[in-house]
Design a protein around this ligand. Structure first.
Ligand code: NAD
Length: 358
């Protein structure tokens, strides 16, 4: 099969980790007789330096012409003080909006080999942690109008609007139920329906959509309870479905308890036929950029998500995930996940090992 992939290495460790994922993708091409046409485009700080904007038109065109978009990370201290309208993160928000990527999928998995890094009590982590947060990405309070700041009755006042219509809720609910069908068939929808009107509509629509998926079990939790349950017993969750604000917070909470930010991938998906965006959940790690210390596994697992969800290549995705597991089982580690008795590798060596284990 021939597929077009647009690479957006970005800033900081971005180019280093994307190179390692590309190495693994070349291994997949060979093993499964595919051709991946990979084109590179600018985003974030490196785009600002070269063109003055974080998301050049040429990048938008390259992304739209691809079957999938694969990103490293954007941002860094060099661009922290520039005009907020053209900050590197604007490039990322811009490409998500341009491609209509309304569904953000963030798995949080505790690899048995790394259970020592988990921040939870041993008896809790022993039950396992393998969940995925399906977060609505283009609506809710981050985009709702009206929003702004003004002086009301002599007081500085800020306001935002949390708003969802039934169409926005239905399409993300479908994504969550279909994701669950490929996993352990459980969806927990998280809202604040005891207080928020928008959550009551959310709960109503999710419940209606669930009738189309009788094989998937649906439950509901209020967001405050969900955040407690995540640290009390995350093994109870399979798919967590939630809106933009709650998903932002819960997906970070779920990720951090695994203890390994350098291990976790993500996917952002739009309507069928539009390219998805695949990237590690971490940032550009300026503190270790250029030192070959970055863990490339989150990025390599993002490539596995791209193969599975963006290019419909399940066997290829399985092969990448198995190669990562094998490498960890063999005792190879980067600095961020290093423990006694293991073998320390740099970014390039870790990429080589995983490619070798394909
Ligand atoms: P960060 O995720 O870049 O780094 C946090 C800590 O984790 C650092 O100590 C870093 O060294 C470590 N780390 C991150 N990824 C690692 C990896 N693969 N291997 C080993 N260690 C790793 O978050 P930050 O420091 O808050 O942000 C740095 C820059 O990244 C900022 O400019 C921020 O805006 C940007 N950022 C971008 C994205 C994105 O592109 N999606 C996401 C988050 C932050």
């Amino acid at each position: 099969m021939k597929k077009n992939i647009c690479l957006l290495p970005g800033d900081g460790i971005g180019p280093e980790i994307v190179s390692e994922a590309v190495k693994v993708l070349h291994g997949i091409e060979k093993k499964f007789h595919h051709t991946f046409m990979m084109t590179e485009a600018l985003i974030g700080g490196s785009a600002i330096d070269a063109t003055g904007v974080p998301l050049p038109e040429a990048t938008i065109a390259a992304c739209k012409a691809s079957d999938a978009v694969f990103m490293g990370a954007v941002g860094g201290p060099k661009w922290d003080t520039i005009d907020p309208a053209i900050r590197p993160e604007r490039g990322l928000l811009g490409i998500r909006a341009t491609l209509g990527l309304f569904a953000n999928l963030r798995p949080a998995t505790l690899f048995p080999e790394l259970s020592g890094s988990c921040l939870l009590r041993e008896d809790t982590s022993a039950k396992g942690l393998d969940l995925i947060v399906v977060r609505e990405l283009t609506g809710g309070i981050y985009f709702g109008k009206p929003s702004g700041t003004e002086v009301r009755n002599g007081l500085r006042t800020g306001f935002n609007t949390m708003i969802y219509n039934e169409e926005e809720i239905a399409r993300i609910a479908h994504t969550a139920f279909q994701t669950a069908q490929k996993r352990r068939k459980k969806v927990c929808s998280v809202d604040k329906a005891n207080v928020l009107a928008v959550s009551r509509v959310w709960r109503e629509v999710v419940t209606e959509i669930s009738r189309q998926y009788p094989d998937v079990e649906l439950s509901h939790l209020y967001v405050d309870n969900a955040s407690m349950q995540l640290v009390r017993d995350p093994s109870q969750f399979d798919v967590i479905l939630t809106g933009n604000l709650f998903g932002d917070i819960l997906s970070d909470e779920a990720a951090v308890i695994t203890g390994s930010i350098g291990m976790l991938p993500s996917a952002s998906l739009g309507l069928p036929g539009t390219p998805g965006l695949f990237e590690p959940i971490h940032g550009s790690a300026p503190d270790i950029a250029g030192q070959s210390k970055a863990n490339p596994i989150a990025t390599i697992l993002s490539a596995a998500m791209m193969l599975r969800l963006g290019l419909n290549m399940d066997a290829e995705a399985d092969a990448v995930e198995q190669a990562v597991h094998k490498t960890l089982q063999e005792g190879f580690r980067t600095g961020d996940i290093m423990s006694e008795g293991m073998t320390l590798l740099n970014t390039v060596q870790m990429g080589d090992k995983i490619a070798e284990n394909l």
